[in-house]
Ligand binder design. Structure first.
Ligand SMILES: *Cc1c(COP(=O)(O)O)cnc(C)c1O
Length: 372
């Protein structure tokens, strides 16, 4: 994605935000951090928001708050960015993968129920959390996931890294589970000038614990009742994110308008074997990615590259088949929908800084390439 264009468009506001921080000099825990937390809590519809150093830490910290460690299991999907599963494994726990719904690319609630229903009471005690991902900017089917989670008393952590502003039944991502994890990686819908993350929650106890964990586990400085880490959001990042946040709704509207052009133009093309992303009726999709599926994906990718249209494969290898997770014992064929997605997906340009003509150009090249 073209980060430079977006940066150039808001450059004066970024310069002003940076100058303000340089002037007051509170580089750690400056006032912009608390302001960003307050504004994003309100935007997501939660009581609390806790900023941290990355989206990965925004997943890791709630798992730490739950005491997740060796011998524990956390349920998630294999078709996602590595961090989702990596954070579970970093704490010494086992990621347990359940397959996705092939239409939405998101966690299949029936697969969660099948897994949990099959466990003995002792095994159930080891399952510490369910971690659905709102992939590509569309929320997972949260009602049925929450329902089965509640039946077994297991907390749900939303990996909302790609889904700021996305809605499920009129409620925003980050307010749909026990807590939500967001990322400000530059290519996300609200991208910073580097790494950053944030956790949203309505649970006051969790919010308090997360604030302690992100500062080495110390509530009063130099006294530690628990072991935390250094995972603060820099004041400079918070200040520039606040400036960019003013544009988020307009940028989301632009992504959705670009998606509408693709849905219209690619359908007109009537090409064989092309699957377009589908917005579920209960969702508002914010299109962090516009991801199509085609059988001859690699050929299409080459043709688009030759025509000057950038595309990307998110994600070529599902997590259950990653080398580092070989010890978990999964094999090809275990997660057929995730594996099929990994073979056929292609994400095409949808970011807000594109012009409508550029989107139409990309759509035309895809229709051309596929109508052979
Ligand atoms: C980006 C992303 C993360 C991790 O965020 P970072 O800020 O890069 O650490 C986690 N999960 C998903 C689904 C992501 O897309």
């Amino acid at each position: 994605m073209n980060v430079r264009r977006q940066t150039a468009a808001v450059r004066p506001e970024l310069d002003a935000a940076i100058a303000q921080v340089l002037d007051h000099g509170m580089f750690i825990n400056g006032p912009e951090v608390a302001q960003l937390e307050a504004e994003l809590a309100s935007y997501c519809g939660t009581k609390f928001a806790i900023a941290c150093a990355s989206g990965s830490d925004a997943i890791l910290l709630p798992l730490m708050a739950l005491g997740v460690g060796p011998g524990h299991r956390v349920l998630t999907v294999p078709f996602t960015f590595f961090a989702t599963g990596g954070c579970i494994a970093r704490l010494g726990a086992d990621p347990v993968f359940v397959d996705i719904d092939p239409i939405t690319f998101n966690m299949d609630p029936a697969a969660v129920a099948r897994y949990l229903d099959g466990l003995s009471p002792e095994e159930l005690l080891r399952v510490k959390a369910i971690l659905p991902v709102h992939l590509f900017g569309q929320c997972a089917a949260m009602d049925p996931i929450n329902e089965v989670a509640a039946r077994y008393g297991i907390p749900v952590i939303e990996d909302a890294a790609q889904a700021i502003g996305a809605e499920y039944k009129g409620h925003r991502a980050g307010s749909l589970g026990w807590c939500g994890a967001f990322s400000f990686f530059p290519s996300k819908n609200l991208g910073g000038l580097g790494d950053g993350g944030l956790i949203t929650t309505n649970d006051a106890d969790l919010a308090a614990k997360l604030r302690i964990l992100r500062e080495h586990g110390s509530e009063a400085r130099y006294f530690h009742r628990m072991v935390g880490m250094n995972s603060r959001l820099d004041t400079l990042q918070a200040a520039t994110l606040l400036a960019k946040f003013r544009h988020l709704d307009a940028w989301t509207a632009s992504r959705r308008a670009h998606a509408a052009i693709y849905l219209d133009q690619l359908q007109l093309g009537q090409v064989q074997g092309l699957l377009l992303p589908r917005q579920s009726p209960e969702c508002l999709h914010v299109y962090n990615q516009f991801t199509i599926r085609v059988q001859n994906r690699d050929e299409l990718r080459d043709r688009l590259a030759a025509a000057g249209v950038a595309s990307a494969i998110y994600y070529p290898v599902p997590l259950h088949l990653q080398e580092c997770f070989a010890g978990l014992g999964y094999k090809p064929g275990d997660m057929p929908h995730s594996e099929a997605a990994a073979r056929t997906v292609l994400s095409i340009p949808v970011e807000s800084s594109l012009t409508d003509d550029e989107v139409r150009y990309a759509a035309d090249r895809i229709n051309e390439a596929l109508s052979y």
